[in-house]
Design a protein around this ligand. Structure first.
Ligand code: URA
Ligand code: CA
Length: 434
């Protein structure tokens, strides 16, 4: 087999066989296929697209390029959740204990964040003593015993995807739905999930700005997952404004605690129930989505969800008293209020810009090596559709720097106020299950 023939075949619009895809991915992983040939193939794939069969084969070739997590010692159907990313997305921190409270096993491998806030692992590290490194045996034991454990990424998962993603980044080939879908699904499948719930975000703060693209990506991922033997569904949800109120690591832990008690922001609470019902249903712990939702609501109102969060924290060495005393979480030295300059209704909050404002305070990493400040961030007081009077607080800045002028300007720029009534944003646009 020759790489040049495979490139020509795809350039001319033909589908590649499993053998050809395996040859490309194995060759690229062990440096036998050079970057220039992989670049040419990526561009051909970008223009010619891929059949569902090709996408499944590409995904599985990337899964097989490295280690795969074996969760077979854990009882039950392991359901993983993945979000395509947004601003202030605290759902994992809430969903993990919430569904575990219904005996859905949560064996979660999570990453550190790059961008506006940390990842789930960074957020958990804002809890004193919390250990994000566990050996495989301890991890399995904890999930069997408590139904929940979360560890940092380790091992050599999907090296082909890592290498290909970096190449796509510098060859203008990131923005291809088949390549994005295969990339995301390869990581989920290599992490050992039996079933997968995807939260595909759409809107100004999302990777997929446009609804049609989000739908196409969701469908592509659902088809790959099911084609690879993993029951997969996708929820399409709004990212035209940040999710919930808090953006920042310890601030989001506090928001997760509030939500697990039933006192969280409405949008965050609703999205967790939507995604959680799908997870519980796929795990076979409910007869229908409605039944799953009722059980989740009961787990919150009965206190079982928040108790599960305490058990989870304590079982990984963390100080579970933060749940009842959230002031024990890292706290910023200064608080500043950003005030509305006009009276009216909030018509827009540009999520990306709010994310950048949180990064400027030190809540997110600019590069993989940067240190993040777990205490800092933003807490929104007003969301789209809310009425405001001139002088009302829009956002509270939690900062460890005295000067926050630039951050304040960013926040003012990202909020728009209209004199006309604005309808609140729709949160969930649809569910894709085939
Ligand atoms: N996120 C991924 O993991 N892969 C892509 O290709 C794009 C976004
Ligand atoms: Ca949030």
């Amino acid at each position: 087999m020759r790489m040049v023939d495979i490139i020509a075949k795809k350039r001319d619009g033909q589908a590649l066989t499993k053998e050809e895809i395996d040859f490309v991915i194995a060759g690229y992983t062990n440096d036998e296929v050079p970057d220039y040939q992989m670049s040419a193939l990526s561009m051909a794939l970008y223009f010619q697209g891929m059949t569902t069969e090709e996408r499944v084969n590409l995904t599985m070739a990337m899964v097989e390029s490295g280690d795969q997590i074996d969760l077979s010692d854990i009882e039950g159907i392991k359901v993983d959740k993945h979000s395509t990313g947004g601003v202030g997305d605290t759902t994992t921190l809430i969903l993990a204990p919430l569904v575990a409270a219904l005996d859905v096993p949560v064996a979660k491998m999570s990453g550190r964040g790059l961008g506006h806030t940390g990842g789930t692992i960074d957020k958990l590290e804002s809890i004193e003593g919390f250990q994000v490194e566990l050996d495989g045996e301890t991890f399995n034991e904890l999930v069997n015993k408590n139904k929940i454990a979360v560890v940092g990424q380790s091992g050599n998962l999907t090296p082909a995807d890592k290498k290909l993603y970096s190449l796509r980044d510098v060859t203008a080939t990131v923005n291809s739905i088949p390549l994005i879908a295969s990339s995301i699904m390869s990581k989920k499948i290599a992490s050992g999930a039996d079933a997968i719930v995807l939260d595909v975000k759409t809107g100004s703060g999302a990777f997929m700005k446009d609804m049609d693209d989000a739908k196409e990506l969701a469908e592509a991922m659902v088809r790959i997952g099911n084609g690879a033997g993993r029951n997969t569904i996708a929820v399409i949800s709004d990212m035209n404004q940040p999710l919930g109120f808090a953006i920042g690591n310890a601030l989001e832990v506090k928001e997760a605690i509030d939500t697990l008690r039933g006192n969280g922001p409405e949008d965050l609470h609703e999205l967790c129930l939507t995604l959680g019902s799908q997870m519980v249903y796929l795990a076979g712990k409910a007869d229908s989505i409605e039944d799953a939702r009722a059980k989740l609501e009961d787990a919150i109102s009965s206190g079982r969800a928040i108790e599960k969060f305490k058990t989870f924290i304590a079982s990984q060495g963390g100080d579970a008293s933060v749940v009842d005393e959230p002031n024990k979480l890292p706290t910023a030295a200064y608080k500043y209020e950003v005030k509305a300059k006009e009276t009216g209704y909030i018509s827009e909050i540009i999520a990306d810009e709010i994310g950048i404002a949180a990064s400027m305070l030190g809540a997110g990493r600019i590069t993989k090596e940067s240190e993040i400040d777990l205490a800092v961030g933003l807490v929104l007081q007003k969301k789209v559709g809310d009425k405001v009077q001139k002088g009302d607080t829009l956002v509270v800045i939690h900062s460890n720097q005295e000067a926050v002028d630039e951050v304040e300007v960013k926040i003012q720029e990202s909020y728009s106020i209209s004199t006309e009534i604005v309808e609140p944003k729709q949160l969930v646009y649809g569910v894709i299950d085939k």
